[in-house]
Design a protein around this ligand. Sequence first.
Ligand code: ADP
Ligand code: MG
Length: 398
Amino acid sequence: MKILVQKFGGTSVSSEEKREKAAMRVIEAVKNGYSVVVVVSAMGREKDPYATDTLINMAKSVYKDISKRDLDLIMNCGEIISSVLFAATLSSKGYKATALTGGQAGIITDDNFGNAEVINVDPSRILDILKDGVIPVVAGFQGITQKGELTTLGRGGSDTTAALLGVALKAEAVEIYTDVDGIMTADPRIVSAAHVIDRISYNEVFQFAEQGAKVVHPRAVEIAMRGNIPLIIKNTMSDGGGTIITNYSDAYASIYEINKLVTGIANMNNRVQIVIEDKGNVEDIFAKIGEEGISIDLINIFPDKQVFTISDSDFEKLRNLFERLGVKYSYRSNCAKVSIIGNRIRGVPGVMARVIKALSSRGIEIYQTADSHNTISCLVSQDKVEDAIRVLHEEFGL
Ligand code: ADP
Ligand code: MG
């Protein structure tokens, strides 16, 4: 049995017309001899009637302290509705299909409601369904505890479901269908010259997602990488090869790609730079920030100060914490981080110098930098970030 997992995101299943298009992708694969497992997200995005954010707001508008357990119950509804409608769409075209909850599909989690961790995937029921020639349509983003409580997997959870099932079923590939033609060299809304990257390594996509370009969730990339299952990003509404995500050597099999230093550019908006001017117990301060659930980034530690950035949505929390602890600090708001990503950045001298020169040529001030094996990030003013992306896109010949 040649198994293919196909995941359809919220915008791909938001209307009957779109579900028809999506169903055609499934039928095409079936005709090509694949046993297809479908994973769906809830229909649409915020404000659409059955989108996850809508369901959360509905519950919270009645009682804002609703329990995480109950919230997970209502959040399970979006994907369940979507899976039933998708299975019905396939059936209406003469293809036998059946909808499954995450639990019914064998996704077993711990009881960390709202962001549950998957502890086991039992693919036996899906395999039985496939053997009967029926297409299982799995509600993404959800699981069940060993005690039978319904849970959700956190943001990007449907991508996670698809990757987990791909690995557990030893699928040939996991296809992630969305509303763009693949992973692009930069956000196409900012850079008109951005184009689809044909092949890319897991590691680079992971970096893309970490640096703000969340076309596929990093957790899903990690799962696929560990299971060595190719992930393919495609557009539901248009044809084209999309982006194939595999390991480094496969991704860079061609000489052309090897010559390219930078694969793409990502950005993360609404950052606040924090400077702690305090010789106090640094470890303790960072531990407390962690306990508050504030994630920090671009961390530079100096003997007399610590510099890092946070999302501006966490700023209020940090201010309160620092007030309580009596930490002296200054800050710079309205920042954005721009990052160049490429596996080959590592070990090539002068890349940082090129980044700095390109940004300076447009009068873009750099507030902070960071580099790792395969990324170089710069913090710039929010109103300069689009210009920064464009100039770097050009500088590195994308
Ligand atoms: P879905 O609902 O299908 O899961 P997502 O919103 O999670 O869709 O992911 C697709 C979106 O990712 C696109 O609509 C696009 O705006 C965004 N995106 C951000 N950076 C990139 C990039 N470099 N290439 C392609 N898409 C990107
Ligand atoms: Mg998504």
